[in-house]
Design a protein around this ligand. Structure first.
Ligand SMILES: Nc1ncnc2c1ncn2[C@@H]1O[C@H](COP(=O)(O)OP(=O)(O)O)[C@@H](O)[C@H]1O
Ligand SMILES: [Mg+2]
Length: 233
């Protein structure tokens, strides 16, 4: 029997109320992502990419439609339940890294485990392992300002992976990096995908998107087709 997809969205809309006017940022999104897939969503500025990623990432709720994450309907959950699901099931990587400045790489990666109340010794062991997976074993005790941009993003990726998330979400993960460093980060995503991590990446950059296994395009809040020969979604 086929497994339930990690992500299943049905007719998702998101309307922002701006005083008297409404901004229809998403106009009926159907999206399905299977375990182990590496999907990129590409679209121009203002097309709804970040709005969609916030919804997939349980940082926001849809105006209408249904969203199932790993089989569980999450569109109607409370803030507390959504926070718990984010911590247990999802890993986030952002353009601007979002690391805690005065803490070592190791402490940064331990943060999601502190929130999940994992005991200190296990926390340290798992954070060290996550940093090994992104080839940073030699930088455990460096603070963000003692690391290069690419190393900072690798710390952020280790932090995103430390809870063994069902899905890794990345919003323009190479946007603040030079081309060579960006390519190094994309090679790391490729490695993680090959080892079984499910990845959803959003970007405006076709060169970044084409590294994924399946590319979807978004325009004016509508997903407009896939280059997947099997017609994935
Ligand atoms: N918090 C918000 N309030 C009102 N409008 C918003 C908000 N966030 C985004 N929008 C609008 O929704 C549309 C999609 O935005 P966004 O998802 O940020 O696009 P992208 O990430 O592709 O640049 C844009 O028209 C944007 O102006
Ligand atoms: Mg955006």
């Amino acid at each position: 029997m086929a497994m339930a997809p990690i992500v299943r969205m049905e007719e998702i809309t998101r309307i922002y109320q701006m005083g008297p006017t409404q901004v229809e940022a998403l106009k009926g999104i159907d999206l399905s992502i299977d375990e182990g897939e590496y999907v990129a969503i590409m679209g121009p500025s203002g097309s709804g990419k970040s709005t969609l990623l916030s919804l997939v990432g349980c940082l926001d709720r849809p105006t209408s439609g249904r969203y199932f994450l790993a089989g569980q309907e999450v569109s109607t959950l409370s803030d507390d339940d959504l926070a718990r699901i984010r911590n247990r099931r999802l890993g986030f990587v952002f353009q601007s890294f979002h690391l805690l400045p005065r803490m070592s790489a190791l402490r940064n990666v331990e943060q999601p485990l502190i929130y999940a109340r994992v005991p200190p010794a296990e926390r340290k062991r798992r954070a060290t392992e996550a940093l090994e997976r992104v080839n940073l074993s030699h930088r455990l005790h460096h603070a963000p300002n003692e690391l290069s941009g690419g190393e900072r993003q690798r710390v952020a990726i280790a932090r995103a992976l430390v809870n063994e998330p069902a899905l890794l979400l990345a919003d323009e993960p190479t946007g603040n990096l030079d081309t060579a460093t960006g390519e190094e980060i994309l090679r790391l995503f490729d490695q993680l995908h090959q080892r079984g991590t499910t990845i959803l990446l959003i970007t405006h950059d076709p060169d970044v998107a084409q590294k994924a296994q399946r590319v979807l395009r978004i325009r004016d809040g509508i997903l407009v087709g896939s280059d997947d020969p099997e017609g994935g979604s």
